[in-house]
Design a binder for this molecule. Structure first.
Ligand code: ADP
Ligand code: ZN
Ligand code: ZN
Length: 732
């Protein structure tokens, strides 16, 4: 009987997102296994393409001509059976294609031929040394013994000035030998030992709770500086002592050299580091070290979760609330969900850590689905910094139109005088196009969606959830003032203003623009740490991880920027970011102070943040979410389409609408909003439109929408690009 393989082809085309049957030729019968990477002829031209084997079957297939597998890919056993399970899970859960899921699990570049890099090195040979030879060649032999396998011949000769003649002689006599050695393109930096701490009682209590629980998923909710990282490290050492591996995920921007050093300092060189900025070669090397079990501790951004770890002991997700844990490209996966899937498949525990857990996770913790662990005090019992909320409307009333409230101005002056450092934070990632009254703080919102309306250049305000549009009024509907303004200012402007008002201060700025080059982030960090700067201005990038003991003042310049992002999570984000940024103050011996500037001083997110009252905030937020069917009580499904041809795009959206409506009618509690043009209505000449579903969206419903979308998209595939996303990070 013949053997056949079901194979996924490496192609982006929508209509080949299914397994194709290939015959396994006689000569490959013994080598082919599930998960293997193969080369197969494909299409009318039978060009050779990469494929991946999902399953193998033995049967007679008659009547149709079946193509044969041509050869095996460069790496044997690329995907394991567990990997295949994960691939099915990802495709189902995130409405993506097989190949999208497969590509998550193999290092970029591998299909293009990235391989190990080798070098020929000089090592101690197999012939045992008699004392005579040993004496004669003493320095060279002992040097090689100390550095066995580190240097090649030319380095020994040119750099360390050993005689080439002697080396060659020793090699030909078998006292030395030339070996092939893998060169790792990463991970060769030095590190300083970071010794274990004696844990506090609170930390021990948490660890015991993890040990004693029969649950697999934990939320570690601990205020900033409460010693969470130390707990992670303890869990990692416990895993290692049982010969198991550990994965620690941190948001990409927290994966600073300091963070990596701390882990390497504790666990040695064999820590793999994995993130999106690695080159193909570096990525391959880290992947390979993990696959070969050379690295048991993995620290990285979300993609590190897909490394081929065997014998996994624990997964830790630090700052679990961060939105970078949701992928913005296909597959649009949720890191936490993947970790939990792996914890079932690989039987390990998952620790989600945060000072400000996401609403979804906290909800699961208080309903008992996952176990809640708490650290309510900082390690040294230092008090949390005192937070002041400054009403910017009053500043305006008193004639202050600068970026700084009088209070913040005075505090900066005083801190500078005391030679203490200051952090000024501006959330520039938000949209600067919401409209509000500077006199009373009124924000123009959509009555149907409770979401800030977005200003468009033509003078209209649009709700980007439902499309409701109105002409912008010049007068505030609440207080009748004429100070209705669009909001917008970036960190660069802040820098300008700071330099204007505080002429002698040394100013540093950390944002996307100033950290483009490879070491820029580290350089700015070090300058500030070594007190070569008085004021550090920055975006999200400075909101976490930074531990500077001389910082006593943190200013949040415009909390409204995140409060008014047109997104149902804007209050949550504001609460989180204010709490995180505040956590940068008062980490040393001196007390810290935080000043929050806002036109919405009564906003619940700010008031709960001020009193560090998580529970209060969550309770209020749960109620708001529940009323509107927003997550965790419902889901959002976003269909986004873009095209250079607006007419074709609008026709496509209209067609989607008709078809989706029919599907929607079969389900209860599903609301369809749109079509409406996206917040960013055009990118690079591509018009962008969206349709949004909200409510009790079952996976079954989402799949039907996806199938319909792909089916209709096929007809205009060259003109319209469409994406589908469950609970998207943003609706831009
Ligand atoms: P978190 O991750 O919760 O913000 P960290 O683990 O970074 O907190 O700890 C905050 C600070 O306290 C760090 O400087 C850390 O080295 C220190 N620390 C943590 N645990 C201990 C301990 N058991 N004993 C002494 N210092 C500790
Ligand atoms: Zn007003
Ligand atoms: Zn609306």
């Amino acid at each position: 009987m013949k053997k056949y393989a079901e194979i996924i082809i490496n192609s982006d085309a929508l209509d080949i997102d299914k397994p194709f049957t290939y015959e396994i030729p006689e000569e490959l019968k013994h080598e082919i296994k599930i998960g293997q990477w193969v080369k197969v002829p494909f299409g009318v031209k039978n060009s050779l393409v990469d494929g991946f084997i999902l399953s193998i079957k033995e049967e007679e297939i008659k009547g149709i001509r079946i193509k044969k597998i041509k050869s095996i890919g460069a790496i044997e056993s690329l995907l394991s059976e567990n990997d295949l399970k994960l691939i099915y899970f990802i495709r189902e859960s995130y409405l993506c294609k097989y190949i999208d899921a497969i590509k998550l699990l193999i290092p970029q570049g591998i299909l293009k031929g990235t391989k190990n890099k080798y070098k020929m090195v000089v090592a101690i040979g197999d012939n045992s040394l008699d004392s005579n030879t040993l004496n004669k060649y003493k320095d060279i032999i002992s040097f090689i013994k100390d550095n066995n396998g580190k240097f090649n011949k030319s380095e020994l000769v040119n750099l360390y000035k050993f005689s080439l003649y002697k080396i060659n002689k020793l090699v030909s006599d078998g006292y030395l030998k030339i070996e092939e050695e893998i060169v790792y393109r990463y991970n060769n930096k030095k590190y300083i030992e970071y010794s274990e701490r004696k844990l506090t009682e609170d930390q021990i209590k948490v660890l015991n709770q993890i040990k004693d629980s029969n649950k697999k998923i934990f939320l570690l909710k601990g205020v900033t500086g409460s010693g969470k990282t130390e707990i992670y490290m303890k869990l990692v050492s416990e895993a290692i002592s049982k010969e198991k591996s550990a994965i620690i995920l941190v948001p990409e921007i927290s994966l600073t050299p300091q963070m990596i050093e701390r882990f390497k300092g504790r666990f040695g060189r064999e820590v793999a580091v994995f993130h999106s900025k690695l080159s193909d070669g570096e990525r391959y090397d880290e992947w390979y070290r993990v696959k070969e079990c050379k690295a048991k501790v993995i620290i990285g951004a979300r993609s590190a979760l897909f490394l081929p770890v065997s014998n996994l002991g624990v997964i830790i997700i630090d700052e679990e609330h961060e939105n970078t844990y949701k992928s913005e490209q296909n597959p649009r996966y949720v890191t936490r969900e993947i970790a939990e899937f792996l914890s079932e498949v690989k039987d390990c525990k998952v620790i989600l850590g945060s000072a400000t857990p996401s609403i979804e996770t906290y909800y699961r913790a208080i309903t008992g689905e996952i176990e809640l662990l708490e650290l309510n005090n900082r390690v040294d019992n230092k008090p949390m910094p005192i937070m002041d909320i400054v009403d910017m409307r009053e500043e305006l009333n008193s004639g202050n139109i600068s970026m700084f409230s009088r209070k913040l101005f005075t505090e900066i002056k005083e801190a500078l005088y005391r030679k203490e450092q200051i952090i000024l934070f501006l959330n520039r990632r938000g949209f600067s196009t919401f409209v509000s009254c500077r006199s009373c703080g009124y924000v123009f919102k959509c009555h149907k969606c409770d979401i800030s309306m977005t200003y468009h250049k033509n003078g209209y305000l649009i709700c980007h959830y439902c499309g409701y549009t109105e002409r912008q009024q010049k007068i505030c509907p609440k207080c009748k003032s004429k100070y209705v303004k669009h909001f917008g200012a970036g960190t660069e402007r802040v820098e300008e203003e700071v330099k204007k008002y505080f002429k002698d201060a040394r100013v540093l700025r950390m944002d996307v623009d100033t950290t483009r080059s490879k070491n820029a982030h580290e350089d700015i960090y070090n300058l500030f740490k070594n007190r070569k700067g008085d004021i550090l201005i920055g975006t999200q990038m400075i909101s976490k991880g930074l531990d500077f003991e001389n910082v006593t003042l943190v200013g949040i310049l415009a909390a409204d920027m995140s409060i008014n992002i047109p997104d149902y999570r804007s209050a949550e984000r504001t609460f989180q970011i204010v709490t995180q940024v505040a956590g940068r103050a008062g980490r040393g011996a001196k007390e810290g102070k935080v000043i929050v500037q806002t036109y919405n001083p009564d906003h619940y997110s700010l008031n709960y943040a001020k009193s560090y009252n998580y529970e209060g905030f969550y309770n209020e937020e749960f109620t708001a979410r529940g009323l509107m069917y927003y997550p965790p009580f419902g889901k959002i499904l976003l269909i986004n389409a873009s095209s250079k041809n607006e007419k074709i795009l609008m026709d496509f959206m209209a067609l989607l609408k008709d078809n989706f409506e029919k599907i929607k009618d079969e389900y209860n509690n599903v609301e369809m909003l749109g079509p409406v043009s996206c917040i960013i209505s055009k990118i690079k000449d591509n018009y962008r439109w969206q349709i949004l579903f909200k409510g009790e969206l079952s996976l079954d419903f989402c799949k039907k929408i996806k199938d319909k979308l792909y089916q209709l998209n096929k007809n205009v595939y060259n003109e319209v690009k469409a994406t589908i996303d469950i609970n998207p990070n943003n609706l831009t």
